[in-house]
Design a protein around this ligand. Structure first.
Ligand code: AHG
Ligand code: MN
Ligand code: MN
Length: 339
């Protein structure tokens, strides 16, 4: 049996060009933005593939803005995306997990109508052990479409429902690019021999309910009672349960599995991270858009993630994402409505 879901041979560039045909007013700026971004992803994929072979492995002395040790590959990926995107004339401002404030487009280059937010390397604790890592991106229109000036923090602090497109690259046993522009979710797989992403799964729909939960259960003692009860419930021996536990510790990889197999991925509040650990703008919003576009549900336990109004570039939020029925059930427990 083949898992290939597509019979047409379509590259990511062709796919984006086809989508643009639905928008007669499109100027091609967006297609060029995506072309530059996929170039950056191909370069990062190449370096992830050879990470064990050269000196990019190892820890640098520097810390990122969250006080975490940054691996060299994080810095490299951050720089590759910046250098691929700063001069195309399609962006007015960027923001990244690895940069404290907004990232300005250099003075010498034209400013465009889009905004790019990204987590250059997600799952950095997995780099040194040859385990799946990823890159997450989120694209918005700037607030003032007429402006040709620099964008500012207001352009970056937009709620997730305004995303024009979102996606991630997942550097696993294959490199895949998962992409949505609000018309469903398409998956492209990288063929290194031709240097291109080919469409392999069109309009992915996730199961209404799954059999897998994904959470750092080592934090159990730090969770709320509702959260503890939910996970206890998933482990009971009754109809359809116990669920299996899978946790890679790379949000991209855990979401990628959840997208295909269903179930639930969580990063709840705990006594160490009262708002959860994951970052709203460049981790949760793009992942939430993908999950919703595939028919799933993505909330902070109470509210739709995409409706949260951001106030800080690096703010965190709780994450409950995956199959609709699983996320609804988790919400009952974490809000104390399970009895
Ligand atoms: P990053 O490598 O970009 O800092 O993100 C790591 C995140 C996310 O990918 C993952 O889901 C989570 O951290 C894992 O956290 P724990 O180690 O606390 O489980
Ligand atoms: Mn991350
Ligand atoms: Mn990261």
């Amino acid at each position: 049996m083949s898992f290939l879901r597509v019979s047409r041979l379509v590259t990511i560039e062709r796919h984006i060009a086809e989508e643009q045909e639905f928008h007669p007013s499109a100027t091609g700026e967006y297609s060029r933005l995506l072309r530059d971004l996929t170039l950056a992803l191909r370069i990062i994929a190449r370096d992830v593939r050879r990470a064990g072979l050269n000196d990019v492995l190892g820890i640098t002395d520097s810390m990122n803005v969250h006080g975490e040790t940054v691996k060299k590959l994080d810095e490299f990926a951050n720089e590759v995306i910046f250098r691929a995107m700063d001069h195309g004339g399609h962006l007015c401002v960027m923001a990244s997990e690895e940069s404290e404030g907004i990232i300005k487009i250099p003075d010498e280059y034209a400013k465009g109508k889009y905004v790019l937010l990204f987590d250059p390397l997600d799952g950095s604790s997995n780099i040194d052990v040859n385990t799946t890592i990823g890159t997450i991106f989120s694209i918005y229109r700037r607030l003032d479409p007429q402006s040709t000036e620099d964008g500012d923090e207001r352009d970056v602090l937009q709620p997730g429902y305004k995303q024009v497109a979102a996606g991630y690259a997942c550097y696993g046993s294959a490199t895949t690019l998962v992409y949505t522009s609000g018309h469903g979710v398409d998956v492209f797989t990288y063929d290194q021999t031709i240097g291109d992403f080919l469409l392999t799964h069109e309009k992915v729909r996730m199961p209404k309910q799954g059999k897998i939960y994904s959470v750092n259960e080592g934090n159990y003692a730090l969770w709320s009672d509702g959260m503890k009860r939910y996970v206890d419930h998933l482990k009971k021996q009754e109809q359809g349960k116990p669920y299996s536990l899978r946790y890679i510790g790379t949000a991209v990889a855990d979401i990628h599995r959840t997208l295909h197999y269903g179930g639930i991925f969580m990063y709840p509040a705990d006594s160490k991270y009262p708002n959860g650990k994951l970052r709203l703008l460049y981790e949760l919003n793009p992942l939430a858009m993908i999950i919703e576009q595939a028919g799933g549900r993505a909330t902070d336990g109470m509210n739709r993630i995409l409706d949260i109004i951001p106030t800080d570039i690096h703010q965190r939020a709780q994450a409950f994402m995956g199959s609709e029925l699983d996320v609804l059930e988790a919400e009952l427990f974490v809000n104390g409505h399970d009895s």
